[in-house]
Ligand binder design. Structure first.
Ligand SMILES: [Zn+2]
Length: 167
């Protein structure tokens, strides 16, 4: 089988005084995510999509939130670990598509930085493995039309789809 596909979804609560990190970029906002790690829903959803594509479980299984090693961890390290698993299983990422759902703030001006940042993360795997180009990492964002927990700015959610190809 040469192609595999996976879907990922993540939600974090938003509270005043916490930091908001999305796609590896710190965004100035009155509210930030409540989390055991840095609460980066974008990276978490991508990790789950990669794990899902290979039937490897989910990040909750790999990095339990009651494990003190993962307290406040930079999600970059989770991403690198999961991507290493992908390569160890003999696959590479073809492309990633992300849909962020949050009411505020507008993140359009940060999207390119997020795509570049995730591409940079992927350069850390192995010197012989090409990094994922930012042109193969799509990040879109939408509001929840003021409806529900996202609309009330109580949380942020993220969906991701990843396509893998056998190396
Ligand atoms: Zn998460």
């Amino acid at each position: 089988m040469s192609y595999r596909i996976g879907v990922g979804f993540d939600v974090h609560q938003l509270e005043e005084g916490n930091s908001l990190i999305l796609g590896g970029i710190k965004i100035n906002h009155i509210k930030g995510t409540v989390a055991h790690s840095d609460g980066d829903v974008v990276i978490h959803a991508i990790c789950d999509a990669m794990l899902g594509s290979l039937c490897l479980g989910d990040i909750g299984l790999l990095f339990p939130d009651n494990d003190s090693r993962y307290k406040d961890i930079d999600s970059k390290f989770l991403f690198i670990k999961v991507l290493e698993e992908v390569y160890n299983k003999g696959y590479k990422v073809v492309n990633i598509d992300v849909s962020l759902v949050l009411e505020k703030p507008k993140i359009q001006s940060h999207v390119f930085k997020m795509r570049k940042k995730i591409s940079e993360y992927s350069a850390n795997i192995h010197k012989n493995i090409k990094k994922i180009s930012h042109n193969d990492i799509s990040i879109k964002a939408t509001t929840n039309e003021k409806i529900g927990y996202i609309g009330r700015q109580e949380g942020v959610a993220c969906h991701a789809v990843v396509l893998l190809h056998k190396i």
